[in-house]
Design a protein around this ligand. Structure first.
Ligand code: HEC
Length: 147
């Protein structure tokens, strides 16, 4: 029982007891999951008759990964490790700014999840459109520019 509780805690807080490399890999996998869910959602919205069930699942998947972002950046997992990461030192120099960028993102995703509970496609589209800028908003300041 106690062991199970400890395992659950470790799963919920990836920054503890993991090597910098494992943490970086887990956060990159989490961003891949975020991008996948967001793409599924946007692809569905391009259809003439989007499926609410697909939209709800994609939004829930996106939310599950989005809330985990902020926990994946413990000190000692930046470019100073010489490991393969696009995280910029600004994350640790400006933690309040980074936390705010993550908060804006999860707020937009929460609003999207709420919109998918209804069936108003226009509202869902608007909510989905508000998420993309929160990805870019964080990347612009905290992720190495992509070539
Ligand atoms: C609060 C900041 C933040 C938000 C919000 C954010 N990202 Fe990122 N993203 C990053 C950082 C930092 C990295 C680099 C991580 C690393 O390499 O260690 C990254 C990396 C990625 C990657 C590359 C993962 C890999 O393969 O290495 C993808 C894809 C990505 N983000 C997509 C998205 C999408 C799509 C959204 C919005 C739906 C989003 N991100 C929101 C900060 C953010």
């Amino acid at each position: 029982m106690i062991r199970l509780a400890v395992l659950a805690l470790l799963a919920a807080t990836p920054s503890f007891a993991q090597s910098p490399q494992a943490t970086i890999e887990a956060r990159q996998a989490n961003f891949k999951a975020i991008a996948k869910a967001f793409k599924e959602l946007n692809d569905e919205l391009k259809k003439s008759a989007p499926s609410l069930a697909v939209l709800r699942t994609a939004a829930a998947d996106l939310q599950k990964s989005s809330v985990r972002i902020a926990g994946f950046f413990p000190a000692g997992t930046g470019p100073e490790t010489d490991l393969k990461t696009d995280a910029l030192p600004a994350i640790w120099r400006n933690p309040a700014g980074f936390t705010e960028a993550a908060r804006r993102h999860t707020a937009a995703v929460d609003a999207l999840v709420a919109a998918t509970r209804g069936s108003d496609m226009a509202a869902i589209r608007t909510a989905a459109g508000a998420v993309g800028p929160t990805c870019k908003g964080c990347h612009d300041s905290f992720r190495k520019p992509q070539s």
